[in-house]
Design a protein around this ligand. Structure first.
Ligand SMILES: [Zn+2]
Ligand SMILES: [Zn+2]
Length: 64
């Protein structure tokens, strides 16, 4: 077991649907990302497979 570090998350608008809601953001229009939030370095915030099509790096759930 590694050291427990508490992460903070904030809501960010889903880049794939623009806030309307889609399968990538669980139909909420936004996603939880590690704060401070950063756009995905692979796509620049447009959405790609690395960010789960949300446009954000540090998505909650995938990497925690
Ligand atoms: Zn969405
Ligand atoms: Zn991306």
């Amino acid at each position: 077991m590694g050291k427990w570090t508490k992460k903070h998350y904030e809501k960010a608008p889903c880049a794939h649907c623009g806030g309307i809601g889609c399968c990538y953001c669980d139909k909420t229009g936004c996603v939880l990302v590690a704060t401070p939030r950063r756009t995905c370095p692979h796509c620049g915030g447009v959405g790609c497979i690395y960010c789960g099509f949300t446009g954000w790096a540090g998505l909650k759930g995938k990497y925690d």
